[in-house]
Design a protein around this ligand. Structure first.
Ligand SMILES: [Zn+2]
Length: 592
């Protein structure tokens, strides 16, 4: 059960946080009449079925059935708990939230994260100040001027310098009475076995890593003198998990939207060099193979990605490994290959940046790039082709879109020198099916329950005429039963019924999805039509209950262990006759 947060507070936050704005922060939404559409972040799709309804303040995906309000969106999208989502929005929209509103545990959690962000901020400011210090910052500044980095870019990305000392940051934090165990948790300092701490980053150029909200979640540090490792990153912490962030996304987010694509480079310096040359829609992976989360993250901002490849072997493997994620997310990706020995920085210095101004046109599809690499490495002759086929297999299997798959089968088959049909057969039946249906259907019973709930949601006043409580236990679909229960509780508490109120109380994601779907399918019925429908539903519910009882009685009568005193049998038979009669009456429309 979610902690209790006063409903007035929730409504206040919900009203202050327009759903289109909140979701638009993470996804590209296109207005379409009275609603907005975009690519769903919760399932893979290439045509937008994710829909935001500003008037109702809800979202619903027609592809996977996800749905909810601003709170549930943040919960699902950012992996937050309910109180975390609530306090996130309260903070963003300037609504005061007190401990008594949120529950002590949730407040502690949210304060803890807040203090980690603040500590990172404190460290970033320290590194920045140090970089600008006339004496201590000299090595950092010298390095940057050697690399010819634009001062404006240095400021925008808040580059800094960690002095080559063991306790510079630790002392600074202590002077500010910062919590050193928080600094330890963030990996800014390291505990010595002999007691005390020392700085993790020493003699390094510092790159703060921001999350999508612009908060600093971690740091990357590049060594300036000789030493290992060349790049050192913050460890994972409660605010940082490296597979879920991209360097520079926060600063580039509007550029990605405008350019409708992202250039993905490998390193901090590559990114900053391009930014300094006026190439803006750039992000960098954080030194590892791209994760599905990162691809999904990008998909929220732009419909295409260009991977910039500077020819080293490590980068190649990482790039090839990212293919299944792009395929699964239906995000088209291409590869821009730089001449051997060049990285974006050196390339830009020698040849300028024209190549990066129209990167899509200068690049080749990621799958084709992979085919090239596989065939370039494969020995000639049949053995080579067989080994190439083995390598191609996982890539082709990763393409779930049948059209796209067929399109890629052609060049792959051509290169292998086999027919498409033969290749298809060799690949086997690996096609996966898309999302499972939202609800299992037990036919008529479900239609009855669903119909009733839908009708009441469209016409809440009907709740007065139906004693829904009496039928609650009969519900066969547990999700619909939960909605019915929420409806009753909501009506009892507020004297009214409204899907946005229901959503506030629904803790189960599937239940919320269903409520959204219902509230979008609301229909207006005329009074007499309504009466008719209600009569039908009630008749259906009664029939179902009687039939169940009949079934139970018959089973008992046939059960050998049943104590067959004549009296019992007579009583049961009498009840059966009674049930038969009632059923007949219901059939002919009497007895209602
Ligand atoms: Zn979806």
């Amino acid at each position: 059960m979610a902690p209790y947060i006063p409903e007035g507070k929730l409504l206040e936050i919900k009203d202050a946080a327009p759903i289109a704005e909140v979701i638009g922060h993470y996804l590209t939404l296109t207005p379409r009449g009275r609603y907005l559409v975009g690519l769903c972040p919760f399932h893979s799709e290439s045509n937008p079925s994710f829909t935001v309804y500003p008037e109702r303040q809800i979202f619903h995906c027609y592809g996977c059935g996800a749905g909810g309000n601003v709170f549930s969106f943040l919960m699902q999208h950012l992996n937050l708990s309910f109180p975390e989502a609530v306090s996130e929005l309260a903070q963003r929209y300037g609504i005061a939230l007190h401990e008594r509103d949120l529950g002590a545990a949730a407040v502690r959690q949210s304060r803890q994260k807040q203090s980690l962000y603040e500590l990172n901020e404190l460290a970033a400011a320290f590194f920045q100040d140090t970089l600008n210090h006339p004496v201590i910052g000299e090595p950092g500044r010298a390095y940057l001027s050697r690399r010819g980095l634009d001062p404006q870019v240095i400021a925008e990305y808040r580059l800094g310098y960690a002095p080559d000392e063991w306790r510079a940051l630790e002392k600074h934090l202590s002077r500010r009475s910062a919590a050193l165990n928080d600094a330890l948790e963030l990996g800014l300092i390291i505990a010595k076995t002999s007691g005390g701490y020392y700085d993790r980053f020493r003699g390094r150029l510092m790159f703060p890593i921001h999350d999508r909200e612009g908060r600093i979640v971690a740091f990357g540090g590049r060594i300036i003198a000789d030493g290992e490792p060349k790049y050192l990153n913050s460890p994972e912490s409660p605010v940082y998990s490296k597979g879920r962030h991209l360097y520079g996304l926060y600063q580039a987010r509007e550029y990605l939207r405008k350019a409708q694509l992202a250039l993905l480079v490998e390193g901090y310096m590559d990114l900053l060099a391009l930014r300094g040359n006026g190439i803006n829609p750039v992000v960098a992976s954080l030194g590892t193979a791209l994760t599905r989360d990162q691809v999904r993250l990008l998909k929220g901002y732009c419909p295409r990605v260009v991977l910039v490849f500077d020819g080293d072997r490590a980068g190649l493997t990482a790039m090839m490994r990212s293919f299944p994620h792009f395929a699964a997310e239906h995000l088209p990706a291409r590869v821009l290959t730089l001449p051997a020995g060049e990285d974006p920085d050196s390339y830009a210095a020698k040849f300028g940046v024209d190549l990066f101004r129209a990167p899509w046109d200068h690049s080749q599809p990621l799958f084709e790039f992979i085919l090239d690499k596989i065939f370039a490495d494969a020995p000639s002759g049949p053995e080579g082709k067989i080994s190439a086929l083995d390598q191609i297999r996982p890539y082709l299997s990763a393409i779930t879109d049948p059209v796209e798959r067929t399109l890629w089968l052609q060049p792959a088959a051509r290169r292998l020198g086999v027919t498409e049909a033969a290749l298809e057969k060799a690949l086997g039946q690996t096609q996966t099916r898309s999302c499972p249906p939202l609800s299992s259907s037990h036919g008529v019973a479900l239609n009855l329950e669903r119909g009733l709930i839908k009708l009441i949601l469209s016409h809440p006043d009907l709740l007065e005429d139906i004693s829904l409580e009496d039928w609650l236990e009969d519900f066969e679909d547990t999700r619909l039963q939960e909605i019915a229960r929420l409806m009753l509780a909501c009506h009892r508490q507020h004297g009214c019924l409204d899907s946005s109120l229901l959503l506030l109380h629904a803790t189960d994601a599937q239940v919320r999805n269903q409520i959204c779907a219902f509230s979008l399918a609301q229909e207006e019925y005329a009074q007499d039509q309504r009466d008719h429908l209600i009569a039908d539903f009630l008749r259906g519910l009664k029939k179902r209950r009687l039939k169940k009882e009949k079934h139970r009685l018959k089973e008992k009568l046939q059960d050998r262990r049943f104590p067959d005193t004549t009296q019992d049998i007579l009583a049961f038979t009498a009840r059966l006759t009674d049930i038969e009669q009632q059923l007949k009456d219901l059939e002919t429309g009497r007895n209602l």
